[in-house]
Ligand binder design. Structure first.
Ligand SMILES: [Zn+2]
Length: 266
């Protein structure tokens, strides 16, 4: 079994398009500074002059806060983390090798790399995987929510409004990272191809403070999420979920591929 490079077919939130402060852009397009996150409004232009005829937009100019010249669209949910494709591929190879059902597994040598030993016959199977999407969302609140509301009320009466320390550690928010992947298995022996899709949702119960996965703290945050979370908050959550999520995805792909390669009863 040879495993080709994993590829992605989605744009991670942090990799969204950047325009320069000197580029002409529509005044209606919302842009923020890529460095400090401040909104960068279109300049007010009085009259267009001869040089302005036919222009679709105007340069937005650098950020007034920090002078940054790289601008981009504001973050809009869902948060899409970067996938560690090298780690996903290495883990796929490792799992296939461990299980051994499809013969010895290895990562395919790059096309321009050094040629490997040619004495052994080429493996029968070759696997390609494309990651179509990865969305991090607040899926639901679990059964702790009513308890937290009661705790908030008790703390508001006994301590101070909106200061409810027990709630900071009770994990009532269930976040899910959904990864969607397509795989293609080429059977060199039979000259056939098989394809399939897997969707994996990795979930975590989350509170502002540990134990377990945590998110940034906000005043009565458990009633305000997900709207109070900004891009950095989502990125922090994603970083905590990704190791488990990538393991889940590699296992799901390997299980699907093994099943497809095993002759069915028909
Ligand atoms: Zn700035």
């Amino acid at each position: 079994m040879l495993v080709g490079p994993w590829v992605t077919d989605y744009t991670a939130s942090a990799a969204r398009e950047v325009v320069l402060a000197t580029d002409d852009v529509s005044p209606h397009r919302a842009l923020e500074c890529a460095a400090c996150g401040a909104s960068v409004e279109a300049p007010v232009v009085l009259g267009t002059g001869a040089s302005g005829l036919g222009r679709a937009g105007w340069p937005r100019g650098p950020c007034r806060g920090c002078g940054g010249t790289r601008l981009r669209a504001p973050f809009s949910p869902p948060y899409r983390p970067h996938a560690d494709l090298a780690a996903l591929r290495a883990r796929t190879v490792g799992l296939l090798a461990e299980r051994g059902g499809l013969g010895p597994a290895s990562a395919e040598a790059p096309p321009d790399g050094p040629a490997g030993p040619t004495s052994s016959p080429p493996p029968r199977w070759r696997l390609e995987v494309t990651l179509d999407g990865a969305d991090l969302v607040l899926e639901r609140h679990n059964g702790w929510l009513p308890v937290k509301i009661a705790t908030l009320v008790v703390c508001a009466l006994a301590i101070f409004p909106a200061v409810d320390p027990p709630n900071w550690c009770i994990a009532s928010e269930v976040y899910a990272l959904e990864q969607r992947a397509r795989w293609r298995l080429v059977d060199g022996g039979a000259g056939a191809e098989r394809e399939g899709r897997v969707v994996v949702r990795t979930r975590a119960d989350v509170a502002a403070f540990g134990p377990g996965v945590t998110r940034s703290w906000f005043v009565v945050g458990f009633l305000r999420v997900p709207h109070c979370l900004d891009e950095e908050d989502w990125a922090e959550l994603a970083a905590q979920l990704l190791p488990t999520a990538q393991e889940d995805l590699a296992r799901a792909v390997v299980a699907a591929v093994e099943q497809a390669a095993t002759p069915g009863p028909d």
